[in-house]
Design a protein around this ligand. Structure first.
Ligand code: NAD
Length: 366
C-alpha cells in the first residue's frame, strides 16, 4: 500500500512526540511492505510565528493532497495573549471544520501495567475498554446566535437531523467492530436538541439489530464513568457533553500520556493526535511520553487505511514495552529506570522489528 501522510508537529512537545511516532510508522512500512510518503507542515503557534496564521494555506494544501494527518499539539504561553484570530487553537478548529471532521474517537482502555497510576481503585479501572464518539463540528460551540452584552449572554445549541444521523451511524459501525453496545448520552429530559438526538438513535437502531442500545442522561453518565466505567463500550454524544465526558474518562486509566484520538470525516480521512496538549514546561528535553502519538498512528492505520493487523502490531508492541517495565518520566515509579522520548520509541521500534507478526494479534486498545 502507498499512502501520503501529512505530519503537523505543532508546538511544545509536539515535534518530539511526532518524530517518535514517525519512526514507528516508518518501521511499519518496512516490516509490512507499505510506502508512507511523509511531508511536514506548520500549525498553531509556530505557524503564527512563520506565517502570521495558525493554519496557513500551504498546510491546508498539504493536508488536501494527503491521505491522513498526524498532529502533535498546539499552544503555549508565548501565544496566550494573542488576539483570538491569532491563537494556536484556532488552527485546530479551522482544520476540523475545513475537512468536516465530525467524528471524534477517543479510546480509553486500561493498560494492566499502568493501573497503579489510576485515581480509581484497581478493581474498578482494570476492565475499562471504551470508545467515546463525540460529535465535533456542530452543537453549542458553533450555534448561532452566540453573543453577549454587558448584562446578558447567549449561546445556541443547534443540531440538524443529518448531523445526528451521521455520528450515530458511525457509533453503531464502531460498536460492530467491538463488543456490540452503544450508550447514547443526552439531556432529553430538558433539551429539545437532545429529544431529537434520542429520536434519531431510536430510528437508526432498527438497522442494527445486533447492537445493544441504551440511553443515558449526561449527569448520570458522568457518575457511572467513575463508579462503573467498565460497563461502557461505545459512548456516543454531542459536542459539549463529549468534550467534558471524554476528559473525565481520560483520567480513569491514570495516564494522559498514553491516550490517542482520531477525528474523521465521512470518507474516513482523519486527523490523528494525542489527547494531551503541548506540555510547554517539558518541551525540548526529550522526556515527553510519545505513547499517545504512537497509538494515534495505530488509529490512523486502522481507521483511515484499514490496516488492522499493522495497527494491532503497534498496540501489542506498546503494551509489551510497558509490560517489560520501560517507562518515560511521567509513568516511572521511584527508583525505576527512566527512558527518554527517543529511547522509549526505540524500544517500540525494536519490539516491532522482532515481533512475531500474524493475523492473530488480537490485543486492541485503539
Ligand atoms: P497538557 O496536556 O499539555 O499538560 C498537562 C500535564 O500533563 C502537564 O503536567 C504536562 O507536562 C503533562 N503531559 C502532557 N502530555 C505529556 C506527555 N506526552 N508526556 C509527559 N507528560 C505529559 O495540558 P495543559 O498544560 O493544560 O496545556 C498546555 C498547552 O497545550 C496549552 O497551551 C493548551 O492550550 C494546549 N493544549 C493543546 C491541545 C491540542 O493541541 N489538542 C490539547 C490540550 C491542551
Amino acid at each position: 500500500m502507498e499512502k501520503r501522510v501529512a505530519v503537523l508537529p505543532g508546538d511544545g512537545i509536539g515535534p518530539e512526540v511526532t518524530a517518535a511516532a514517525v519512526k514507528v510508522l516508518e518501521t511499519i512500512g518496512r516490516r509490512f511492505n507499505h510506502t508512507f510518503h511523509i511531508e511536514y507542515g506548520a500549525i498553531g503557534g509556530n505557524a503564527i510565528d512563520q506565517f502570521n496564521n495558525p493554519l496557513p494555506d500551504e498546510t491546508i494544501k498539504l493536508c488536501e493532497k494527503s491521505d491522513a494527518v498526524l498532529l502533535g499539539a498546539v499552544g503555549g504561553p508565548k501565544w496566550d495573549q494573542n488576539p483570538s484570530e491569532l491563537r494556536p487553537e484556532k488552527g485546530l478548529l479551522a482544520i476540523r471544520k475545513h475537512f468536516d471532521l465530525f467524528a471524534n474517537l477517543r479510546p480509553v482502555a486500561a493498560v494492566p501495567s499502568l493501573l497503579h497510576a489510576s485515581p480509581l481503585k484497581e478493581e474498578v479501572a482494570k476492565d475499562v475498554n471504551m470508545m467515546i464518539v463525540r460529535e465535533l463540528t456542530g452543537g453549542i460551540y458553533f450555534g448561532q446566535p452566540s453573543r453577549r452584552t454587558e448584562s446578558a449572554a447567549v449561546d445556541s445549541l443547534v443540531y440538524t437531523r443529518d448531523e445526528i444521523e451521521r455520528i450515530v451511524e458511525k457509533a453503531f459501525e464502531l460498536a460492530r467492530l467491538r463488543r456490540g453496545k452503544v450508550t447514547s448520552v443526552d439531556k432529553a429530559n430538558v433539551l429539545e436538541s437532545s429529544k431529537l438526538w434520542r429520536e434519531v438513535v431510536e430510528e437508526k437502531k432498527k438497522a442494527y439489530p445486533d447492537i445493544e442500545v441504551e440511553h443515558a442522561l449526561v449527569d448520570s453518565c458522568a457518575m457511572k464513568l467513575i463508579t462503573n466505567p467498565a460497563a461502557f463500550d461505545v459512548v456516543v454524544t454531542e459536542n459539549m457533553f463529549g468534550d467534558i465526558l471524554s476528559d473525565e474518562a481520560s483520567v480513569i486509566t491514570g495516564s494522559l500520556g498514553v491516550l490517542p484520538s482520531a477525528s474523521i470525516n465521512g470518507d474516513n480521512f482523519g486527523l490523528y493526535e494525542p489527547v494531551h496538549g503541548s506540555a510547554p514546561e517539558i518541551a525540548g528535553q526529550d522526556i515527553a511520553n510519545p505513547a499517545a502519538t504512537i497509538l494515534s498512528v495505530a488509529m490512523m492505520l486502522k481507521y483511515s487505511f484499514d490496516l488492522k493487523t499493522e495497527a494491532a502490531a503497534i498496540e501489542a508492541a506498546v503494551n509489551t514495552v510497558f509490560e517489560d517495565g520501560f517507562f518515560t518520566a511521567d509513568l516511572a515509579s521511584p527508583g525505576q529506570r527512566v527512558l527518554s522520548t527517543k529511547e522509549w520509541a526505540a524500544k517500540v521500534v525494536d519490539e516491532l522489528d522482532t515481533q512475531f507478526v500474524s493475523n492473530s494479534i488480537m490485543f486492541s486498545y485503539v
